[in-house]
Design a binder for this molecule. Structure first.
Ligand code: F6P
Length: 361
């Protein structure tokens, strides 16, 4: 019997838990099919490696000792979905090249670990006839159809630690600390770490804010005798006026103003409106670095094991997911092109509001 050949790639922004997932897939495949009957093929740097046939056959020992490792042993790269079907200056037909690599590597299936963009391309390849399984990764937690993505909870832990640390320095200096947290489209990370870290104001893209309302909430705290405040702002947040603009127009105006996010503008408005010294902290990519939390190791491992089960059943064209706390899968076509946003009326937002947290709305 020919060896089962399983291609794995990691695409888009990295996050803790990618290696734990790769390990879960590999170990479960070795268990299920036998070490001698399966060949894992590691594709380097995401779809870029698939387009350019940069791949190698991997040995079982390479999947040991990586459970706790951050990043991805396979490397990753952003390869925008919208350009996948566009022939650029290099004259490469990317879709054709990916299909050719799949064939040349004699793959039985391809496992793609990634976020929304990765899933769109995974679905495209599945529609093109390849056997594809997606695994949902991102610190943004915005993949449709899964309760949670791996990487998210680790990032929540890190962001919460940042907010904890900002509390002590904000209190010592009687300042307002505005912390910008990653999350371009969805505010999950800001919402969760904001609540867990005890932020006084939480600003997320799903709830466009009014600066006056944020200032008034902070002044109320001062009147109540609080000498400091913490404001958690999602990277993709905007106010009610910007909310009326199309995404492109918003980006254009920000570029003209020399900013990419609203955080520094909001911080300046807060300082002016409250008269309290205000500082900005941007942990940025630190939120994506380092070892996965125990939660993410467990989730990643379960996702990896599920992917191996799908391979055994030859059930392709799916993305592994946590659905109502149970491991399952969704058709790639149901997931691709959709974003899971925070519902402004969800229980978590209501919980925060009941504590007196302002969302600026
Ligand atoms: O998609 C995850 C994410 O971390 C977003 O929250 C952030 O906007 C983006 O990646 C930044 O990624 P990079 O700097 O790697 O392009």
């Amino acid at each position: 019997m020919a060896k089962k050949r399983i291609g794995i790639l990691t695409s888009g922004g990295d996050c803790p838990g990618l290696n734990a997932t790769i390990r879960g897939i590999a170990k479960a495949c070795y268990e299920k099919f036998g070490t001698d009957d399966v060949q894992i093929v590691g594709i380097q740097n995401g779809y870029y490696g698939l387009i350019n046939n940069i791949a190698r056959e991997m040995e079982p020992y390479e999947f040991s000792g990586i459970l706790t490792q951050g990043g991805t042993i396979l490397g990753t790269k952003r390869q925008p979905f919208k350009m996948m079907s566009v022939i650029e200056a290099d004259n490469v037909d990317k879709v054709k090249s990916m299909k050719k690599t799949y064939k040349d590597l004699k793959l039985d299936c391809l496992l793609t670990l990634g976020g929304n963009g990765t899933h769109k391309t995974a679905n495209l390849l599945s529609e093109e006839g390849l056997n594809v399984i997606g695994l949902p990764k991102t610190i943004d937690n915005d993949i449709f159809g899964t309760d949670v993505t791996f990487g998210f909870h680790t990032a929540v832990d890190i962001a919460t630690d940042v907010i904890d640390r900002l509390h002590t320095t904000a209190a010592s200096h009687s300042r307002i600390l505005v912390v910008e947290i990653m999350g371009n489209k969805a505010g999950w990370l800001t919402l969760y770490s904001g609540i867990a870290g005890g932020a006084d104001v939480i600003v997320i893209p799903e709830i466009p804010y009014e600066t006056e309302k944020i200032v008034s909430a902070l002044n109320k705290r001062t009147e109540a005798g609080k000498s400091f405040s913490i404001v958690a702002v999602a990277e993709g947040a905007y106010d009610v006026k910007e909310a009326e603009l199309k995404k492109k127009e918003r980006a254009k105006r920000r570029a003209e103003a020399g900013i990419t996010t609203i955080t520094s503008t909001l911080a300046a408005q807060i300082q002016k409106g409250t008269g309290v010294e205000t500082r900005v902290c941007t942990p940025g990519h630190m939120l994506r670095g380092g070892s996965p939390s125990a939660y993410d190791r467990l989730l990643a491992t379960k996702f990896g094991v599920r992917a191996a089960e799908l391979i055994a059943k030859e059930k392709y064209g799916y993305s592994v997911a946590l659905i109502n706390s149970q491991i399952g899968e969704n058709p790639l076509s149901d997931v691709a092109g959709k974003t899971k946003f925070v519902d402004p009326k969800c229980a978590d937002v209501i919980t925060a509001k009941r504590l007196g947290v302002s969302f600026g709305d």
